[in-house]
Design a binder for this molecule. Structure first.
Ligand code: FE
Length: 221
Protein backbone atom coordinates (compact mmCIF):
# COMPACT_ATOMS: atom_id res chain seq x y z
CA UNK A 1 0.00 0.00 0.00
CA UNK A 2 1.12 3.55 -0.60
CA UNK A 3 2.61 5.99 1.87
CA UNK A 4 -0.81 7.65 2.10
CA UNK A 5 -2.28 4.62 3.84
CA UNK A 6 0.73 4.17 6.10
CA UNK A 7 0.50 7.70 7.41
CA UNK A 8 -2.76 9.45 6.52
CA UNK A 9 -2.74 11.41 9.80
CA UNK A 10 0.10 13.44 8.34
CA UNK A 11 -2.61 14.90 6.10
CA UNK A 12 -5.31 15.16 8.76
CA UNK A 13 -3.41 16.18 11.82
CA UNK A 14 -6.20 16.30 14.35
CA UNK A 15 -7.30 12.70 13.98
CA UNK A 16 -5.87 10.70 16.88
CA UNK A 17 -5.36 7.53 14.80
CA UNK A 18 -5.45 6.65 11.11
CA UNK A 19 -8.02 4.41 9.46
CA UNK A 20 -6.95 0.79 9.21
CA UNK A 21 -6.07 -1.13 6.05
CA UNK A 22 -8.99 -3.44 6.98
CA UNK A 23 -11.50 -0.57 6.63
CA UNK A 24 -10.10 0.34 3.20
CA UNK A 25 -10.29 -3.26 2.01
CA UNK A 26 -13.88 -3.57 3.23
CA UNK A 27 -14.86 -0.27 1.61
CA UNK A 28 -13.26 -1.12 -1.72
CA UNK A 29 -15.00 -4.50 -1.70
CA UNK A 30 -18.48 -2.87 -1.39
CA UNK A 31 -18.20 0.34 -3.45
CA UNK A 32 -21.93 0.81 -4.07
CA UNK A 33 -22.77 0.39 -0.41
CA UNK A 34 -20.19 3.02 0.58
CA UNK A 35 -21.51 5.31 -2.14
CA UNK A 36 -25.10 5.05 -0.87
CA UNK A 37 -23.83 5.71 2.64
CA UNK A 38 -21.85 8.66 1.36
CA UNK A 39 -25.03 10.17 -0.12
CA UNK A 40 -26.65 9.85 3.31
CA UNK A 41 -23.58 11.41 4.97
CA UNK A 42 -23.70 14.49 2.74
CA UNK A 43 -27.38 14.94 3.47
CA UNK A 44 -26.81 14.47 7.21
CA UNK A 45 -23.97 17.00 7.18
CA UNK A 46 -26.35 19.54 5.61
CA UNK A 47 -28.87 18.70 8.33
CA UNK A 48 -26.32 19.26 11.09
CA UNK A 49 -25.42 22.69 9.65
CA UNK A 50 -29.11 23.63 9.51
CA UNK A 51 -29.76 22.39 13.05
CA UNK A 52 -26.90 24.56 14.36
CA UNK A 53 -28.28 27.59 12.48
CA UNK A 54 -31.64 27.08 14.16
CA UNK A 55 -30.08 26.48 17.58
CA UNK A 56 -28.18 29.79 17.48
CA UNK A 57 -30.53 31.92 15.36
CA UNK A 58 -29.21 35.39 16.18
CA UNK A 59 -25.56 34.71 15.37
CA UNK A 60 -25.28 36.31 11.93
CA UNK A 61 -21.75 35.19 11.11
CA UNK A 62 -22.62 31.64 12.10
CA UNK A 63 -25.81 31.78 10.04
CA UNK A 64 -23.99 32.99 6.93
CA UNK A 65 -21.23 30.39 7.15
CA UNK A 66 -23.49 27.46 8.01
CA UNK A 67 -25.98 28.39 5.31
CA UNK A 68 -23.23 28.22 2.69
CA UNK A 69 -21.99 24.97 4.21
CA UNK A 70 -25.45 23.36 4.12
CA UNK A 71 -25.82 24.35 0.46
CA UNK A 72 -22.46 22.83 -0.41
CA UNK A 73 -23.26 19.58 1.40
CA UNK A 74 -26.53 19.36 -0.53
CA UNK A 75 -24.73 19.96 -3.81
CA UNK A 76 -22.46 17.06 -2.92
CA UNK A 77 -25.49 14.95 -2.09
CA UNK A 78 -26.83 15.71 -5.57
CA UNK A 79 -23.48 14.82 -7.15
CA UNK A 80 -23.36 11.45 -5.36
CA UNK A 81 -27.01 10.82 -6.20
CA UNK A 82 -26.32 11.49 -9.89
CA UNK A 83 -23.50 8.94 -9.85
CA UNK A 84 -25.72 6.38 -8.12
CA UNK A 85 -28.35 6.95 -10.80
CA UNK A 86 -25.79 6.53 -13.61
CA UNK A 87 -24.75 3.25 -11.99
CA UNK A 88 -28.43 2.28 -11.57
CA UNK A 89 -27.95 1.81 -7.84
CA UNK A 90 -31.12 2.77 -5.94
CA UNK A 91 -30.77 5.06 -2.96
CA UNK A 92 -32.00 3.03 -0.02
CA UNK A 93 -31.95 3.47 3.74
CA UNK A 94 -28.94 1.90 5.48
CA UNK A 95 -28.45 1.13 9.16
CA UNK A 96 -26.10 3.83 10.45
CA UNK A 97 -22.99 2.78 12.38
CA UNK A 98 -22.79 3.73 16.07
CA UNK A 99 -20.20 6.41 15.20
CA UNK A 100 -22.49 9.46 14.97
CA UNK A 101 -24.51 8.70 18.08
CA UNK A 102 -21.46 7.86 20.19
CA UNK A 103 -19.87 11.16 19.19
CA UNK A 104 -23.07 13.09 19.89
CA UNK A 105 -23.09 11.53 23.37
CA UNK A 106 -19.83 13.41 24.06
CA UNK A 107 -21.50 16.80 23.59
CA UNK A 108 -21.94 18.52 26.97
CA UNK A 109 -25.44 19.76 27.79
CA UNK A 110 -24.90 23.31 29.07
CA UNK A 111 -23.89 26.34 26.99
CA UNK A 112 -21.38 27.48 25.92
CA UNK A 113 -19.75 24.00 26.13
CA UNK A 114 -22.53 22.56 24.05
CA UNK A 115 -21.67 24.90 21.18
CA UNK A 116 -17.94 24.14 21.36
CA UNK A 117 -18.50 20.39 21.46
CA UNK A 118 -21.10 20.42 18.68
CA UNK A 119 -18.77 22.32 16.36
CA UNK A 120 -15.79 20.11 17.19
CA UNK A 121 -17.74 16.86 16.76
CA UNK A 122 -19.07 18.09 13.40
CA UNK A 123 -15.50 19.08 12.44
CA UNK A 124 -14.02 15.72 13.44
CA UNK A 125 -16.61 13.90 11.35
CA UNK A 126 -15.59 16.07 8.37
CA UNK A 127 -11.91 15.35 9.09
CA UNK A 128 -12.52 11.58 9.15
CA UNK A 129 -14.53 11.83 5.92
CA UNK A 130 -11.63 13.70 4.37
CA UNK A 131 -9.12 11.07 5.45
CA UNK A 132 -11.24 8.16 4.22
CA UNK A 133 -12.16 9.83 0.93
CA UNK A 134 -8.44 10.41 0.33
CA UNK A 135 -7.87 6.67 0.80
CA UNK A 136 -10.71 5.85 -1.60
CA UNK A 137 -9.51 8.43 -4.13
CA UNK A 138 -6.07 6.84 -4.09
CA UNK A 139 -7.01 3.17 -3.97
CA UNK A 140 -10.44 2.58 -5.55
CA UNK A 141 -10.05 0.41 -8.64
CA UNK A 142 -12.97 2.25 -10.28
CA UNK A 143 -11.90 5.51 -12.02
CA UNK A 144 -15.36 7.11 -11.55
CA UNK A 145 -15.06 6.64 -7.81
CA UNK A 146 -11.47 7.88 -7.70
CA UNK A 147 -12.61 10.99 -9.50
CA UNK A 148 -15.66 11.60 -7.28
CA UNK A 149 -13.80 11.11 -4.00
CA UNK A 150 -10.83 13.11 -5.27
CA UNK A 151 -13.14 16.00 -6.14
CA UNK A 152 -15.04 15.97 -2.84
CA UNK A 153 -12.26 15.37 -0.34
CA UNK A 154 -10.83 18.90 -0.49
CA UNK A 155 -14.23 20.25 0.61
CA UNK A 156 -14.25 18.01 3.66
CA UNK A 157 -10.92 19.48 4.77
CA UNK A 158 -12.37 22.99 4.29
CA UNK A 159 -15.45 22.01 6.28
CA UNK A 160 -13.25 20.89 9.17
CA UNK A 161 -11.44 24.23 8.86
CA UNK A 162 -14.72 26.15 9.03
CA UNK A 163 -15.78 24.50 12.30
CA UNK A 164 -12.26 25.01 13.64
CA UNK A 165 -12.35 28.75 12.90
CA UNK A 166 -15.81 29.10 14.45
CA UNK A 167 -14.47 27.52 17.66
CA UNK A 168 -11.23 29.45 17.74
CA UNK A 169 -13.02 32.79 17.32
CA UNK A 170 -15.52 32.06 20.06
CA UNK A 171 -13.48 30.06 22.57
CA UNK A 172 -9.82 30.84 21.84
CA UNK A 173 -7.12 28.51 20.64
CA UNK A 174 -6.16 26.96 23.94
CA UNK A 175 -9.67 25.89 24.97
CA UNK A 176 -10.39 24.70 21.43
CA UNK A 177 -7.25 22.57 21.15
CA UNK A 178 -7.69 21.05 24.59
CA UNK A 179 -11.25 19.94 23.90
CA UNK A 180 -10.47 18.87 20.34
CA UNK A 181 -7.76 16.54 21.62
CA UNK A 182 -10.20 14.94 24.08
CA UNK A 183 -12.90 14.53 21.44
CA UNK A 184 -10.38 13.15 18.92
CA UNK A 185 -9.68 10.31 21.36
CA UNK A 186 -13.41 9.64 21.67
CA UNK A 187 -13.64 9.66 17.87
CA UNK A 188 -11.02 6.91 17.63
CA UNK A 189 -12.78 4.98 20.39
CA UNK A 190 -16.00 5.19 18.32
CA UNK A 191 -14.15 3.60 15.37
CA UNK A 192 -12.47 0.86 17.39
CA UNK A 193 -13.37 -2.80 17.06
CA UNK A 194 -14.03 -5.11 14.17
CA UNK A 195 -16.80 -5.11 11.61
CA UNK A 196 -19.43 -7.74 12.51
CA UNK A 197 -20.55 -8.31 8.88
CA UNK A 198 -19.16 -7.26 5.49
CA UNK A 199 -22.38 -5.48 4.52
CA UNK A 200 -22.12 -3.16 7.53
CA UNK A 201 -19.22 -1.26 5.99
CA UNK A 202 -19.89 2.49 5.90
CA UNK A 203 -17.96 5.72 5.43
CA UNK A 204 -17.71 5.80 9.25
CA UNK A 205 -17.73 2.11 10.17
CA UNK A 206 -15.13 0.75 12.59
CA UNK A 207 -11.52 0.41 11.51
CA UNK A 208 -8.64 2.40 12.96
CA UNK A 209 -5.03 1.54 13.60
CA UNK A 210 -4.37 2.30 17.28
CA UNK A 211 -2.04 5.28 17.68
CA UNK A 212 0.64 3.15 19.40
CA UNK A 213 0.73 0.74 16.43
CA UNK A 214 0.91 3.50 13.84
CA UNK A 215 3.72 5.19 15.83
CA UNK A 216 5.60 1.89 15.82
CA UNK A 217 4.99 1.55 12.09
CA UNK A 218 6.32 5.01 11.34
CA UNK A 219 9.29 4.37 13.67
CA UNK A 220 10.12 1.32 11.58
CA UNK A 221 10.19 3.24 8.32
FE1 FE B 1 -18.59 18.10 4.45
Amino acid sequence: MSALLENPTARVRWLAAPSSPAWLEQAIARPDLVLIDHAHCERKAAGVALQLMFRYPSDEQLGALLSALAREELEHFEQVLALLQRREVPLRPLAAPAYGSSLMAQVRKGEPQRMLDSFLVAGLIEARSHERMALLAAHSPDPDLRELYGELLASEARHFGLYWVLCEQRFGREVTVERLEQLALAEVEALSGELAQDDLVRMHSVGVTPAADSARQSGRR
